[in-house]
Write a protein that binds this ligand. Structure first.
Ligand SMILES: [Zn+2]
Ligand SMILES: [Zn+2]
Ligand SMILES: [Zn+2]
Length: 134
């Protein structure tokens, strides 16, 4: 199944790519590079960095912006591809368990912008207590 995801995105199936994808499918929510490093202790950082970058470029994962200084990524569920990401959902950061989740069922509201500005990406970061912690 993960192999099919790679093929559908036009990526060659390699062992590091499968391993990274597996970590994402196993976990719910967004992961920082350091979280993945903890799971895949044998993978070197450059390979991991490049794998994350290619996944992001090909529409397999997207950046989940939150209030921490770490870049986190989450699996794309919408119809994302190489051309464009369509992840218009907010990301929720829990101040208690420190996890960041995609609120896939919510669409971030369109923000009206002054004339002359063109929005290409919407990032909504919410913060509070998740359903487990609240
Ligand atoms: Zn996406
Ligand atoms: Zn929580
Ligand atoms: Zn997300």
């Amino acid at each position: 199944m993960n192999e099919d995801m790679l093929k559908a995105s036009g990526l060659r199936v390699t062992s590091p790519r499968l391993q990274v994808l597996e970590v994402f499918t196993k976990h719910h929510g967004a992961l920082a590079q350091s979280d993945i490093e903890n799971e895949l202790v044998d993978m070197d950082r450059i390979t991991l960095y490049r794998t994350l970058k290619s996944f992001n470029d090909k529409g397999l994962i997207h950046k989940a912006i939150d209030d921490t200084d770490k870049t986190k990524y989450a699996l794309c569920h919408q119809d994302c591809d190489e051309e464009q990401h369509n992840d218009q959902h907010p990301h929720f950061y829990c101040i208690k368990c420190h996890r960041t989740e995609c609120l896939d069922e919510v669409t971030a509201p369109a923000v009206p912008v002054p004339e002359g500005y063109k929005v290409t990406e919407v990032q909504v970061a919410l913060k509070g207590l998740c359903k487990i912690c609240s």
